[in-house]
Design a protein around this ligand. Structure first.
Ligand code: SF4
Length: 238
């Protein structure tokens, strides 16, 4: 892998691509003008890629919060299966990403509190867009965020730290396993980890101390999980 390039997936409309249902874009200044200097973006639009066209009829999520269907309210057309098929295939091609910036409130791209309409026609804002859901389940360690939440300094910092952390970890994971490299990695990140969570720093320290008792695979899995997921959860709940 190219060590210097950090690739981030992004909902294409946030980059100014006119691909929304109404033929418009949702250009996001911060993503383009500030973060764009640090990352190589990999734009993607699930709805265009499954052939819904631009412009197109809008769709919404309907039904079970955990297994919603993607429906065109006007025609009743159901896009669920097509989106699932596309998503499960597409996410496998995205292993080189170190993060994903998704468009909020989208039935395809929304990650947090996406509306799912119930039988009574009232939405419950607690779902997840179909593509984003498949991505998060397939790559649970890759940091994701929505553009709207980047306005919150703490969430923004949390996302960026996880992206850089994940990228560094990915490089280490791709190299031949040498215990000394993991010890160095842990020491190098000491103050960053401590600044967020002494508990997690200690937990990771114990894993490093017991490295010899684990297979390289088990150690890498356990360390990454605590480093990326648990620390992130701790940061967002502070
Ligand atoms: S599907 Fe995603 S990328 Fe495409 S227009 Fe909607 S929010 Fe943007």
């Amino acid at each position: 892998m190219t060590h210097n390039t950090i690739k981030i997936g992004v909902s294409g409309c946030l980059l100014g691509q006119k691909i929304r249902f109404n033929g418009e874009h949702k250009f996001h200044w911060y993503i383009n003008e500030i973060l764009g200097d640090y990352f190589e973006y990999v734009p993607l639009c699930p709805e265009v890629e499954i052939g819904m066209g631009v412009p197109r009829k809008s769709v919404r999520l309907v039904g079970d919060l955990n297994h919603p269907e993607m429906i065109e309210p006007v025609s009743g057309k159901n896009w669920t299966q097509k989106m699932h098929l596309y998503s499960s295939k597409k996410v496998q091609e995205l292993s080189d990403l170190s993060g994903f910036l998704f468009k909020k409130n989208s039935p395809s791209c929304g990650v947090f509190r996406t509306k799912v309409y119930q039988k009574n026609g009232i939405p419950v804002a607690n779902g997840r867009g179909l593509f984003a859901d498949t991505f998060c389940k397939h790559w649970p360690l890759i940091p994701v965020e929505e553009e709207g939440r980047l306005n919150d300094a703490k969430l923004r910092e949390n996302f960026l730290e996880r992206v850089f952390g994940y990228h560094r970890l990915k490089i280490l994971m791709s190299e031949r396993f040498r215990r000394g490299d993991w010890v160095k990695f842990h020491e190098r990140n000491k103050f960053l980890l401590l600044s967020h969570s002494r508990t997690h720093y200690t937990k990771l320290g114990q894993l490093v101390a017991n490295m010899a008792d684990m297979s390289p695979q088990d150690f890498k899995g356990a360390y990454s999980k605590v480093y990326i997921l648990d620390v992130a959860r701790n940061q967002t709940s502070q």
